[in-house]
Design a protein around this ligand. Sequence first.
Ligand SMILES: Cc1cc2nc3c(=O)[nH]c(=O)nc-3n(C[C@H](O)[C@H](O)[C@H](O)COP(=O)(O)OP(=O)(O)OC[C@H]3O[C@@H](n4cnc5c(N)ncnc54)[C@H](O)[C@@H]3O)c2cc1C
Length: 479
Amino acid sequence: MSAISNSEASPIRVAVVGGGIAGITLAIALAQASTTKSMSVHLYEAAPHFTETGAGIGMFRRPWQVMKRLNLGEEIKTVANIPDDEDSLNLAFRMSKSDEPRSTQEFDMFIPFGNITMHRVEFQNALAHHLEHEAITTHFGKRLLEYTLEANGGILLHFRDGSTEQYDVLIGADGIHSATRQSMIQLAINDAQAAGNTDLVKDLSRPGIKDPVWSGSVAYRSLIPSDKLRELNPNHATLTAPVNYMGKDKHIIAFPVSLGKSVNFVGFVSQPEMEGTVWEGKTVVQRTHEDVAKAYEGWEEEVEQLVKLIDSPSMWAINTLKALPIASHGPVAIIGDAAHAMTPNQGSGAGQAIEDAYVLAALLTHPSVTRDSIPRALKIYEKIRLPHGNDVQRRSRENGKLYEFAADERFPHLSTVSTTTAGATATDTSETDVRGIDANRLVKEIGEAAVENWKWAWTTDVETDKMEAIRMLEEGEEA
Ligand SMILES: Cc1cc2nc3c(=O)[nH]c(=O)nc-3n(C[C@H](O)[C@H](O)[C@H](O)COP(=O)(O)OP(=O)(O)OC[C@H]3O[C@@H](n4cnc5c(N)ncnc54)[C@H](O)[C@@H]3O)c2cc1C
């Protein structure tokens, strides 16, 4: 076990647990803004090397701006097509009602910057190059089990290999099943009990706070070679832009990755009545071509072409957290999926992780922050970032419901949309099906509502969050 130094002159020792997009971005942001004299950053990853599961990832304007501010933009340009004019309107998603042989009029979501799409491993590798910095030490094969708080103010990290290490600050970037969150919530419950704060104890003990809950959806994921898809249909929409093929209780997101070499396929199948239950068993399992073909039987031709080329899909249970009431406790905080794991229906979970890292690094590296004031800096991070992460989590869920025609107060008539559009055939040119649903109108309404709910992602800037956090820190405002 290494000992902690209490001298203010020695660098603040920061442990970042989890080497996913959140942890890597945070380590880079901390190292760039600090000097080795002021801070040493230790990144702990459970796996023997950096891993990213799943194939594709999309990014909107806000996290892209963070990438540029962290001098990572040029590296990312080697793995993604970035628009020359970042203010120009680009096609972020094409939406259509696709659960029938004929396709509907599409709704095209043109937004400033658009939605850049990448292969996850290529994106993560582009980031990881920047970890080669004298302030950062990376440790692989180190799985955190829990942490405890020491009498000297330090945090003791307990790893599965039996080792322990002590730090001044711990940031849990360890994903949806975060060991950091589990310890943190338990310690916060203990403190709330001791203080007689029964409301907080109840809030922290809800399902979906310590452990995740199931969203009711599973996602089939696969990579499709673009050249094979081009052979089937040279004009297939997913060869050039992200597409959302929508249907009752199901939808498919597909977009080009690896600069157009492959198409990333994610097909969702939902049981809305199961939302909030606990998923039993492995969260990722292998499935067959036939499973996917069966799920999307009778869907439009473009879907049929994608499904035809799916080889060995994996199936993911989409688990989430509920809105957490805290993201910090003393000298410990959580970021990314550890703090606000969400459904992927606004393509923004990783974006939120990047934004958390950016704001938190600005606070922790501020010249006024000392060991003693770390908990206050972390509370400011929580106050600024947690409501945002929770809001995006809620909006993502709402969009997911729209894509799968789940009725809500805005769209009560969606309750009449059933699994397939009865009576429609490939040659049926009528726009209104036998139950009076005008599919074109439906797609337009859903598209407009989804965009309205999503526009925070391209009309606002995380710099505002950062400036407000710094203002609170400098003006001594209570967090
Ligand atoms: C189907 C799907 C599609 C998505 N599409 C998008 C998209 O287009 N855009 C977008 O922005 N987001 C998207 N997301 C969400 C995005 O993938 C996540 O929000 C993001 O990857 C979270 O990053 P993270 O670093 O917080 O967590 P993770 O990626 O889960 O990384 C956590 C890391 O911590 C390590 N770890 C875990 N436990 C421990 C431990 N105890 N000790 C040490 N290390 C540990 C893990 O090995 C891992 O490397 C999607 C998600 C899904 C499921």
